[in-house]
Ligand binder design. Structure first.
Ligand SMILES: *Cc1c(COP(=O)(O)O)cnc(C)c1O
Length: 383
């Protein structure tokens, strides 16, 4: 079945009540028939649920759907996107291992390196996402993982997934792609040779700014390595959030089509405006990564970043003159959101670190929503 159909029709649960829509399995624990049943479940000799930190039917349905949409073998759902990233690192890296990470990643992802990996004796180096030729000299004998975002947050850099996965394979490194900005509808990293695709489901997967969630999609062998961390450290997804997110996936394709349509129109309009210094959007012809983006993405997504000729001051004025758009740190919502990364999501980084991630002080990030495109344009007040 096609993507849109699988997003709607993947259903792993139906109770004796023959409900059409899957109910929420709001239970922390499950009961056993007898002592032998309990023993068999704990011994992993029979299938079934024990405790919702381990498994829960609502969560499982979301996981099965995400694995199907990403075209991976299996999935683990987590409480947030950061929980997915942390669980992956904690499970796959050991003291003495080395990690390569793109310079252009989400602000909290950097903090995991500095605050936790460092004190556990895991070393890391940052790589320039747009200069694959410079990566080889950073590889060490104990380099285990390479982590990147494409398109990146907020600079919208595009990294060639095929070339990156070939680089990783020839060096015996696992490739992890944060696929949050693209969603499985626009880009499926495992098809291009990535080993793990990671999501903040809080963003487009929910798409309506309601719940937190994360997902890790990979081969069964990799998921088996990460699952014990979920079970024992406990960053599990709540059944309610899983239920919300499963329902959200039913409309992902149709929502993304409109996000992409609105964003492309706004990006082109901004680019032609005399007050605008530059616009970054994956599918703009002026984007240096446009050919790669067209190869690995179905459309450009809903995120735009841009800078006004007047820099920071003009950007702040634009933000404060809005009447409809939300000023918020979230993204991937039905509502258009405008934000200033240097004073919000990436404020914990030094100016130098921000510059190397392509975040100038005047950069404005726009998460283009599903309102009518004319109303969004009218709220971006340029002289
Ligand atoms: C938001 C975000 C995360 C973190 O996800 P949470 O659900 O907020 O924990 C990770 N990566 C990217 C690209 C994000 O935008």
């Amino acid at each position: 079945m096609k993507f849109e159909t699988r997003a709607i029709r993947t259903q792993t649960e139906r109770t004796q009540h023959h409900e059409h829509s899957t109910p929420i399995f709001a239970t922390s624990s499950f009961v056993f028939d007898d002592a032998e049943h309990m023993r068999a479940l704990f011994a992993n000799e029979a299938p079934g649920n024990i405790y919702s930190r381990f498994t829960n039917p609502s969560v499982r349905e979301f996981e099965v759907k995400m694995a199907s949409l990403e075209e991976g073998e299996d999935c683990i759902a987590t409480a947030s996107g950061m929980a997915a990233i942390f669980a992956t690192f904690a499970s796959l890296l050991s003291s003495g291992d080395h990690l390569l990470m793109s310079r252009a990643v989400f602000g909290s992802t950097f903090k995991v390196n500095d605050d936790y990996l460092r004190k556990w004796g895991i070393t890391y180096d940052y790589i320039d996402p747009l200069d694959i030729a410079s990566w080889q000299q950073k590889v060490k004998p104990h380099t285990k993982l390479l982590y990147l975002e494409t398109p990146s947050n907020p600079g919208l850099d595009i990294i060639d997934l095929l070339e990156t996965s070939q680089f990783c394979r020839s060096n015996g490194i696992l490739l992890i792609v944060d696929n949050c900005f693209a969603t499985p509808y626009l880009q499926r990293p495992l098809q291009y040779g990535a080993d793990i695709s990671i999501h903040s489901a809080t963003k487009y997967i929910d798409g309506q700014g309601r719940v937190m969630g994360g997902a890790i999609i990979a081969s069964k062998a990799i998921i088996e390595q990460i699952y014990p961390f979920m079970k024992n450290a406990g960053p599990s997804m709540s059944p309610f959030n899983a239920w919300v997110l499963s329902k959200s996936l039913e409309t992902l394709a149709i929502r993304m089509d409109r996000h992409c349509q609105n964003a492309l129109e706004i990006a082109s309009w901004l680019e032609s405006h005399r007050e605008v210094l530059f616009v970054k959007y994956p599918f703009l012809a002026s984007n240096p990564g446009v050919d790669i983006a067209r190869r690995q993405m179905k459309a450009g997504g809903g995120m735009i970043s841009f800078e006004l000729k007047g820099g920071l001051a003009a950007g702040r004025k634009l933000i404060d003159s809005r009447e409809m758009m939300s000023l918020s740190a979230n993204l991937g919502d039905t509502r258009t959101i405008i934000t200033h990364p240097a004073s919000s999501t990436h404020s914990k980084l030094s100016q130098e670190e921000r510059a190397s991630a392509g975040i100038t002080d005047g950069l404005i990030r726009l998460s283009v929503g599903l309102e009518h495109v004319d109303d969004i344009k009218a709220d971006i007040r340029l002289d």
